[in-house]
Design a protein around this ligand. Structure first.
Ligand code: DGJ
Length: 723
C-alpha cells in the first residue's frame, strides 16, 4: 500500500512539473526578449535583440544556440545550492536550514494595461520546498523599455532567509561586451569609464545605505559586440530602481556570453521573510537600441517623462535659490529683498534653503538643529507664512528646503528620541557632515518624517516647492527597532518609500527636488516621487557641462536642476547658457549684478521660457561630446520638428580652440526650411554666425558653424521653421 501511495505521489509530482517546451517572446516596438522553457521545466533567456516579423519563428531560436547543457548559464533566474555553480540571482535558506533551491516553470499570465503598456508574469516553483517566484516583465512598447522585477513567496510554515534576491537576471549573447559605468564623489558626480568586459565578474555596488549613489550610481551602459557610439551600435542602458544598497554583477560566462544580475545588495542583508510573506524586489528598468547610445537615452528619457517622474509631461518652475548667496545667515528683511529680486529676474519661484529652523539649537551652521523643524524665531519671527505672503505680494511662488531623514546630535529631536537614530549602541558616533540618519525602518519615525512635510503644507497651503536633501550615508548600521538587523538596510529604504507614497498621495503634484548633497541619490525609484534632481553641488560651468552631459544618458533634461552660481571664472553668459540645457535656476545675488548682467539674465529667462517646450519635452540629441571636442554641442527639437535650440560651449582652453568646422544638427525635418539665429546675446554684442534660412537637410548634412572661440565661449542658436 505504502509503495502505491509513493508511486501516486511521485506521478502527481511529475505531472505537476511535466511541461511542454515552449518559447515566450516579450516584444517591444523594435525588440524581443525571448524566454524558453525546456522539457525539464527550466526557464532560460535565449534571445534579446531585434524582433522578428513572424512571431512563430521565435521557437526556432533555442536550437540555433551554443548554450551549456541544461541551460544553466542562461537561466532567467539562477538559483543556488543545486545544479548551478555560477553567480545566483536567488539564494535561500529554508526553514529547516537547507540551502538548496530549484525553480521550475508553472504557468504564465499576460495583461494589457494600455495601448502602450503590457505585463507578462512567469510563475516558477521549487518542486521540493514551498518557495515560489514570479518574474514580472512590464513592457512599454513604444519606448522600447522593459521594467523587470520578481516576487518571492515563502509558503513554508516558518520564516525563511533570502540570502540573495535579485530583480533581474539577463543573458546576452554576443562576441564582446563593453561596459560604460560611472563613479563619483561629492562635486565629482557621473565620471564615466568604459572598458571591455573580460571573463569573471565585474560588480557595481553600493553599501552606503542612504544617499547610496554617492560613489557609484546604479546605472550601466552595455555595448554589444563593439563600443556603441552616439548613433551606431547595439546598446543596453539600465538603471536599478532602488535608493539603497544595490549590486549589479556583470559576468562573462564560460561560453563568452554575458550574465547580468541586478538587485538589492545582499551585503549584511540576509533578509528574513516570514511564513506566508511575499518579498517584492525593486524594478530594473532597461532599454535596448540598435542605433547607439543616443537613441537608447532618448527611449529612457521618453519613458521617464511619461511614466516615472512626477508630472514628467508638465511644466517646470524657474527659480532663485539663496543657498550660495546667504548660506545660513539671513533674516526676514534679507529674504524680502531676495523675493523682490526673484520677481526682478523674471523667474517663477524663490527657494529658501537650509537654516530656517530650530530654536534651542539654532541651525546657524551644519553642526546643530537638524531634526527640529520649528521656524527659527530669531531669523523669521513671523514664520514661513510671512514669506509665502511676501512671495505672493511679489507675484512669485515660494518653496523651502528640508532634510527630514537626518538629525544633528545637537538637537531636541535627538535628546527626546535617541532610539530613533541609526547608531551602534555600544560604540561611538561616526558622522558625515555632523549628522546621523533617522531610522526609517521604524513606523514612528516614518510618521515623524511624513509629519514634517505635512505640517509645512498644512500650515502653508500655498507652499509651492520642496527641496528634499539627504547629506549623510549610513555608518554604524544598527536599528533599535528591528528585530533582526539583517533586514535593516532593506527596510530603511522601504520605510523611505512608505513616507514618499503617503506624501504623494496627499500632495500628488507639488514640484519637489531630489537632492542629496548633489547627486548622491539619483535613481529611478527616488525619481518616481520627484519632479527633478540636483545633479551636483559642483556648479562650475565647465564641470557642469560634463556632469549634465553624462546624466543625460539616463535622465531627461527637465529633471536636471541647473543653477547659475558664482562657481568658477566664466562670465555670467556662459554660466546661464550652461544652466539652460536643463531646468534653469539661479543662486546668485541679483542685487550685485551689473546692469548688463541683469539685463542679459532677464532676457535669457524669457528665451528659456520661449524654448522650454523643446528643452523639457522635445528630443535631445548630443551633437559633439565635450570629452573629445573643443566645443560641446547639444540640440533639443520639439515634437513637431518646428523649433529647436542648440547649445554650444567651448570646453578646451588650448591655443586656438574653437569651432573650426560646422556642427551638424540632428532630429530636424530634412524637407523643412529653418531660420537660424543666435539668441542669448550679451547686451552690446552682435551675432557671430551666418544667420539665415537653411533646409533641415542642409543643417543636418553640412551643419552650421556656431563660431565658438575664446571671445565667444558659449553660443545659443534658435532654429525655427519658416512657415
Ligand atoms: C547640500 C545641497 O546639495 C546644497 O544645495 C544645500 O542645499 C545644502 N545641502 C544645504 O545644507
Amino acid at each position: 500500500m505504502k509503495k502505491i501511495i509513493r508511486l501516486v505521489a511521485a506521478l502527481l509530482l511529475f505531472a505537476s512539473f511535466a511541461v511542454h517546451a515552449q518559447t515566450i517572446p516579450i516584444e517591444t516596438k523594435n525588440n524581443a526578449l525571448v524566454l524558453h522553457v525546456n522539457s525539464d521545466g527550466y526557464l532560460s533567456m535565449v534571445y534579446f535583440g531585434k524582433k522578428l516579423a513572424d512571431k512563430n519563428e521565435y521557437q526556432h531560436i533555442p536550437a540555433t544556440q551554443n548554450l551549456d547543457e541544461g541551460n544553466l548559464y542562461s537561466s532567467a533566474y539562477t538559483t543556488a545550492g543545486t545544479r548551478n555553480v555560477l553567480e545566483p540571482a536567488i539564494a535561500v535558506t529554508h526553514a529547516d536550514g537547507n540551502k538548496s533551491l530549484e525553480l521550475k516553470y508553472v504557468d504564465q499570465s499576460f495583461s494589457k494595461l494600455s495601448d502602450d503598456v503590457s505585463q507578462t508574469n512567469i510563475h516558477l516553483k521549487d518542486p521540493v520546498y514551498a518557495v515560489e517566484v514570479t518574474l514580472h516583465y512590464k513592457v512599454y512598447a513604444a519606448e522600447d523599455v522593459i521594467e523587470q522585477w520578481s516576487e518571492i513567496s515563502n509558503l513554508e510554515k516558518k520564516e525563511i532567509t533570502l540570502n540573495k534576491y535579485a530583480s533581474a537576471n539577463l543573458y546576452l549573447q554576443a562576441k564582446n561586451f563593453y561596459l560604460k559605468q560611472y563613479h563619483g564623489e561629492w562635486a565629482k558626480e557621473m565620471r564615466p569609464e568604459e572598458e571591455k568586459l573580460t571573463h569573471g565578474i565585474k560588480t557595481l555596488d553600493s553599501k552606503l545605505g542612504s544617499r547610496a549613489d554617492l560613489l557609484q550610481p546604479p546605472s550601466f551602459i552595455v555595448s554589444i559586440d563593439k563600443p556603441a557610439s552616439e548613433d551606431d551600435g547595439e546598446v543596453l542602458i539600465g538603471n536599478l530602481e532602488w535608493s539603497g544598497n544595490y549590486r549589479i554583477d556583470l559576468e562573462v560566462d564560460p561560453n563568452d556570453n554575458l550574465r547580468l544580475i541586478a538587485g538589492i545588495n545582499n551585503y549584511a542583508s540576509d533578509y528574513k521573510l516570514a511564513a506566508g510573506a511575499i518579498f517584492e524586489t525593486p524594478k530594473l528598468v532597461y532599454t535596448l537600441s540598435h542605433q547607439g547610445k543616443g537613441e537608447a537615452s532618448r527611449n529612457l528619457q521618453e519613458w521617464a517623462r511619461k511614466y516615472q517622474l512626477v508630472d514628467g509631461e508638465g511644466p517646470r518652475l524657474t527659480l532663485l535659490n539663496n543657498w550660495e548667496s546667504t548660506f545660513f545667515s539671513f533674516d526676514e528683511q534679507k529674504l524680502s529683498e531676495i523675493l523682490k529680486d526673484t520677481k526682478k529676474l523674471g523667474v517663477d519661484l524663490f527657494l529658501l534653503d537650509d537654516g530656517w529652523f530650530a530654536n534651542k539649537y539654532p541651525r546657524n551652521d551644519d553642526h546643530a538643529g537638524l531634526g527640529d523643524w520649528q521656524v527659527n524665531k530669531a531669523k523669521l519671527p513671523d514664520g514661513v507664512g510671512f514669506l509665502v505672503k511676501e512671495a505672493e505680494n511679489n507675484s512669485v511662488k515660494f518653496g523651502i528646503w528640508v532634510e527630514p531623514e537626518m538629525v544633528n546630535p545637537k538637537s531636541e529631536l535627538y535628546e527626546n528620541h535617541p532610539d530613533w537614530v541609526v547608531k551602534q549602541p555600544k560604540r561611538g558616533d561616526y558622522m558625515m557632515r555632523n549628522q546621523l540618519v533617522l531610522d526609517l525602518s521604524n513606523p514612528k519615525v516614518q510618521d515623524f518624517v511624513f509629519g514634517v512635510i505635512d505640517e509645512l503644507f498644512t500650515k502653508n497651503p500655498n507652499l509651492a516647492y520642496i527641496k528634499w536633501d539627504c547629506n549623510s550615508v549610513i555608518y554604524n548600521a544598527y536599528s533599535a527597532y528591528e528585530k533582526d538587523q539583517s533586514n535593516f538596510y532593506v527596510d530603511y529604504v522601504k520605510g523611505l518609500y512608505k513616507v514618499m507614497d503617503r506624501m504623494r498621495q496627499k500632495y500628488p503634484k507639488v514640484p519637489m527636488m531630489l537632492c542629496s548633497g548633489g547627486g548622491g541619490r539619483v535613481d529611478y525609484a527616488a525619481l518616481h516621487y520627484f519632479t527633478e534632481y540636483w545633479p551636483s553641488d559642483n556648479t562650475e560651468p565647465r564641470e557642469r557641462i560634463f556632469i549634465q552631459w553624462e546624466y543625460s544618458y539616463l535622465y531627461p533634461a527637465l529633471a536636471s536642476s541647473n543653477h547659475v552660481t558664482n562657481w568658477g571664472k566664466e562670465p555670467l553668459k556662459y554660466r546661464v547658457d550652461v544652466a539652460m540645457m536643463g531646468k534653469l535656476g539661479f543662486d546668485i545675488v541679483v542685487g550685485k549684478l551689473s546692469p548688463d548682467d541683469l539685463l542679459f539674465s532677464q532676457q535669457a529667462v524669457k528665451n528659456y521660457k520661449d524654448f522650454s517646450e523643446a528643452i523639457w519635452h522635445g528630443k535631445q540629441y548630443r551633437l559633439q561630446s565635450p570629452w573629445d571636442n573643443d566645443v560641446a554641442a547639444i540640440v533639443y527639437v520639439d515634437s513637431l520638428k518646428s523649433r529647436a535650440i542648440v547649445f554650444n560651449y567651448l570646453v578646451s582652453q588650448r591655443f586656438d580652440a574653437g569651432s573650426h568646422a560646422p556642427v551638424k544638427l540632428k532630429g530636424l525635418d530634412p524637407a523643412k526650411q529653418y531660420i537660424v539665429k543666435e539668441i542669448n546675446l550679451y547686451p552690446g554684442t552682435k551675432s557671430g554666425i551666418k544667420e539665415g534660412t537653411y533646409s533641415g537637410d542642409f543643417l543636418m548634412t553640412v551643419g552650421i558653424n556656431p563660431e565658438v572661440h575664446d571671445d565667444r565661449a558659449s553660443v545659443v542658436l534658435s532654429v525655427e521653421e519658416r512657415k
